[in-house]
Design a protein around this ligand. Structure first.
Ligand code: CTP
Length: 403
């Protein structure tokens, strides 16, 4: 899955012949899963039509502050556009537009939007070779880079003038590859290895029956997706669930029983930076698993249970530098019980679910959690979707590494 997936991309097009390539560029962004809005300078419309770009981007194209021919014309809000974007790309960036960007010469919607943007801004220069090496252009490059903008260098080859040299806009495929590489290198959890447990475990009674619970696994899978999105390398160990990993980079290991989950966790834990145990592991399992299906011969049946190993506590015992997060599901004395679990299992952070809170718990799309850290700082959170809870949990991990 591309790092551009779900990103809001604002493409600014200025008036150079390379503008015709932006149709392909928009296609590639959409293919990568990005949302695209386009801002054009008036001159760029001579090289590629707004209709082409609005069709490909599935959004209206903006090119002036308002449409003079429309009696009900609305103001195109450049500030809103600038704030909407996760990233802005000016491609092609002509010598004229680069100079205006460098000097804040705000005479069109594209420059006004650029000056309003709070997101990272990339620019892909495109011009003839002599323009490209002119001192005034070079000084625009330097100024723009000094302001924090990122240059996607022009390529060398045949130019519209018939000359050959440096100045061609980077090919759309190369622009996408450049952006992906740059964004990936800046992800906050790049290089971190995270182990996550999810779902229920099934403890066999006989070949056809088991003891299980209602955990859907959604919380753990959402944490795994978020962690992968933030650049972590994720190992997700899940009990039986119908869920699929959303991101193909997640290493999903499916297990059935608590013992199998324990074994897989211990196989991987040593190499991990973070472990998050979100699984609802069975606390007990049948002491003896019947080899054949148990017949209903008697009026009642007793099954002797024995304790499973506590995976989280066992990881707490052997942890070195790992940041260890556990969950607690409580029905009474929630905070005190959760604090006891932090100490007993040697955790850095616990995510407390109280069944007294509406919207929390198994099988629901929402969760209401309270964070308690190892210094017993208690932080209650609002009721929110499990995806947003996953974001809150990953923000705790990011904050730990930023300390
Ligand atoms: N856990 C685990 N292995 C087990 C049992 C629990 O790794 N055999 C983990 C869960 O993944 C969760 C945490 O321990 O992160 C807390 O689980 P919870 O059921 O709330 O608590 P328990 O420790 O089992 O204690 P109790 O049931 O007595 O409240």
């Amino acid at each position: 899955m591309s790092v551009l997936s779900g990103k809001k991309v604002l493409l600014g097009i200025s008036g150079g012949i390379a503008a015709y390539k932006t149709a392909t560029l928009v296609r590639l962004f959409i293919k990568a899963g990005a949302h695209v809005q386009v801002v054009m300078t008036p001159a760029s419309k001579d090289f590629v039509t707004p209709l082409t770009l609005s069709t490909l981007s599935k959004n209206p194209v903006h090119s002036s502050f308002y449409n003079e021919e429309d009696a009900n014309a609305q103001w195109n809000n450049h500030v809103e556009l600038g704030l909407w974007a996760d990233l802005m790309l000016i491609a092609p960036a002509t010598a004229n537009t680069l100079s205006k960007m460098a000097n804040g010469n705000c005479d069109n919607l594209l420059i006004a939007t650029y000056l309003s943007a709070k997101c990272p801004v990339y620019f892909a220069p495109a011009m003839d070779l002599d323009m490209h090496k002119h001192p005034s252009t070079l000084s625009s490059f330097e100024l723009l880079k000094k302001f924090g903008n990122i240059m996607i260098p022009a390529e060398t080859g045949e130019l519209a003038s018939g000359l050959s040299g440096e100045g061609r806009m980077a090919e759309p495929e190369n622009i996408i590859a450049f952006l992906e590489k740059d964004l990936e290198s800046k992800l906050p959890l790049k290089g971190k290895k995270i182990l996550i447990t999810a779902g229920p475990t099934y403890e066999a009674i006989d070949p056809v029956r088991f003891i299980g619970n209602h955990s859907s696994g959604k919380m753990g899978f959402d944490i795994a997706s978020k962690a992968a999105e933030l650049g972590a390398s994720v190992t997700l160990i899940s009990g039986p669930t119908h869920l699929k990993a959303k991101n193909p980079v997640i290493n999903l290991i499916r297990v059935t029983s608590a013992q199998q989950m324990y074994d897989e966790c211990h196989k991987h834990f040593k190499d991990m930076d973070v472990a998050i145990c979100a699984a609802a592991v069975a606390d007990y399992r049948p002491k003896v698993v019947a080899a054949q299906k148990i017949k209903k011969a008697d009026a009642s049946l007793s099954i002797e249970l024995e304790k499973t190993q506590d995976i989280l506590a066992s990881l707490g015992k052997i942890k070195k530098n790992q940041f260890l997060i556990g969950f607690a599901l409580e029905t009474e004395n929630e905070i005190d019980n959760a604090k006891l679990k932090i100490q007993k299992k040697n955790l850095d952070l616990i995510v407390l679910n109280s069944l007294q809170d509406e919207g929390a718990g198994f099988g629901k799309p929402t969760n209401k959690i309270t964070f308690i850290d190892k210094d017993f700082v208690v932080e209650p959170m609002d009721l929110k979707s499990k995806e947003l809870v996953a974001t809150d949990i990953m923000n705790k991990v990011i904050a730990y590494y930023e300390k």
